[in-house]
Design a protein around this ligand. Sequence first.
Ligand SMILES: [Fe+2]
Length: 260
Amino acid sequence: MLSGQLVIPRTVLPAVTPEQLATWARTATLELPAPLATSLVDDMTAIARNVLHAALESAGGAGHCARSRADPPGRVNVRVFTEAPTRLCGFHVDTVPAGAPPVGALRVYNGPCTEYVEPSDVRDTESFYDYLARRERLSHHSPRGAAADSDEPAHPWILGEPADPLGPDPLVRRSELARERTHAALVVLDDMPSFLRTGAAVKTVPPDATVYFRHLDVRHMWSAYPVTRTWIHRSPMAGPTRLVVNIALAGRLPTRRSPA
Ligand SMILES: [Fe+2]
């Protein structure tokens, strides 16, 4: 298991080739047992290659390198980290730069898995963005919301335990109470996403699965489009530390040269 053995702070590898990702990953996994490190490096590199192959296929280049062993042209953006999930980020869609092929992949190597909703369970994009706007307003007003599910101790006056002999500063107390109210509102939004049809259930990605999914061209964010165009998903709200790898195409694919 990776838990407790691998620590990777939030890292962004912009515009790297699969081989460059592999080089970085070999260094990042030096603390792991060799077989596990090799397996992890190989898996992450394979995902990057698959993203490039998928992007080529979506751009009409399937005949060029259909699942060939050679590295496909192009580069990927990689976001990778080990962190415990928090309530900071709810349902969302991932985006790519304007005009980029909307191809990406998500892999969670251990711990609680990513949650998602079926497009047929979503009322429409307008409902989703209404939900997203309300949640973003709340989470931005709750800078410590991410800590609400952590091991951070509750404040003594809330628990009724002995507090500072001078008592909490009234201003601090008011802000803490506001934070509690904000957190409660976030819990309601997360437990009952308003953009879902009645009776719809939130689903969970199976363990050990890599999800290849369509990102959204950033130009279409906040606009009305068919709900089947993107993958609405979120991290779990709590749980142990996970290794998360998110890979997307970096910009446009290189233009192919005509044969001489
Ligand atoms: Fe995401």
